[in-house]
Design a protein. Structure first.
Length: 222
């Protein structure tokens, strides 16, 4: 479960390596295509933010473990940078099916963003997370059609070759939930929901993050 400060981590030049811990059972691995890597800069530190919900009546013992792998500097062909696309301030009434759409336009004509992977993040009420492009020769094409929440299979999607967004004018992403609860659900943790998509792209100068809401979207780089 994510705590909400991850977007600030990314906008400040850091990265979120995994964001689907509410959506996976067992092991989860992330690796980039050959020759690609995220640079851990001087002064960086690796922080594990973990939140657990015990759905049983008995105590549970958890023992998470991580392994990290590096590559030789000489083998690096594309340096990656993280991004996040996030939709804020939504409401899902009890019993309702709701879709929100982030419609985001790149602020500059020159934006050579290449998507390497994406990791949608929704909670258990999420039933769909879609993303596609607007404008240019790829107008209307989808590059992600995800169940949004899938503990059995996970939702990390990797593209090789990377998706070239340099010729499009914008991107659109949508989150859909079906509220099976008896209460209104809003953005947040616990029984509430999120609409986030983490990812890695190159070059770092064009790894655009997006913050969307009703009728608005701001795209920016770190």
């Amino acid at each position: 479960m994510l705590g909400g400060s991850e977007a600030l981590d990314i906008l400040n030049g850091g990265g979120v390596l995994f964001g689907s811990s509410t959506q996976i059972v067992g092991e989860e691995w992330q690796s980039f295509p050959a020759g690609m890597g995220f640079r851990v800069k001087d002064g960086f530190e690796i922080v594990a933010r973990m939140h657990y919900l015990n759905a049983t009546t008995q105590p549970l013992t958890v023992a998470p473990s991580y392994q990290w792998y590096t590559i030789d500097e000489a083998a690096l062909t594309e340096e990656l940078a993280p991004f996040i696309w996030e939709y804020k301030n939504f409401t899902i009434p009890a019993g309702a099916t709701v879709t929100v759409t982030g419609d985001c336009q790149f602020p500059r004509d020159d934006h050579p963003m290449h998507l390497v992977n994406v990791l949608p993040h929704m909670h258990k009420l999420g039933i769909e997370f879609d993303a596609g492009v607007e404008g240019g020769p790829l107008d209307g094409q989808m590059f992600l059609q995800s169940p949004g929440y899938s503990p059995d299979k996970g939702v990390l999607t990797q593209y090789d070759p990377a998706i070239d967004l340099s010729a499009v004018t914008g991107v659109k992403f949508e989150c859909t939930w079906h509220n099976t609860l008896g209460d209104t659900v809003v953005e947040g943790v616990g029984n509430n929901e999120m609409c986030m998509m983490f990812g890695y792209a190159y070059p770092p100068s064009a790894a655009y993050s997006a913050l969307a809401g009703q009728g608005t979207c701001l795209m920016t780089t770190p």
